[in-house]
Design a protein around this ligand. Structure first.
Ligand code: AMP
Ligand code: ZN
Length: 113
């Protein structure tokens, strides 16, 4: 997908702090961290957002959640963490390539802002 920031990161055209990679997903440090641990987990395949996920993507979404749980363990987030998907304008999505924020290392409030 041309002009997609995260597709460019997948293609190694923009440098990032890579944390995990396999054939389906990439995880890297958020450039503007909101917590001591702030990792973005994205599918390598371009999917604009959660509303664009199709039935055939369900295994991929499940895989992303397993990767999130593994990365939480790797980062010793034994007291918990938050996995966030922002969808659309009201959800606060700014990059139009599906991504999940893995946030940890501090206590989060509820409801979110
Ligand atoms: P969202 O607001 O949910 O779309 O999240 C997009 C996230 O991407 C934000 O937390 C940004 O800080 C992050 N971000 C934007 N550009 C980069 C980049 N080049 N490398 C790493 N993270 C980025
Ligand atoms: Zn993309």
């Amino acid at each position: 997908m041309e002009d997609c920031l995260f597709c460019k990161i997948v293609a190694n055209e923009i440098p990032t702090k890579k944390i995990y990679e396999d054939d389906k997903v990439l995880a890297f440090g958020d450039i503007n961290p909101q917590a001591p641990v702030h990792i973005l987990i994205i599918p390598k395949k371009h999917i604009a957002g959660l509303d664009d996920v199709r039935e055939e993507d369900c295994a991929l979404l499940g895989h992303i959640q397993l990767v999130a749980s593994k990365l939480a363990e790797d980062n010793k987030l034994f007291d918990g963490y938050r996995l966030v998907n922002n969808c659309g304008i009201d959800g606060g999505q700014t990059v139009i390539h599906l991504h999940y924020h893995l946030l940890g290392g501090r206590t989060f409030g509820w409801p979110p802002g």
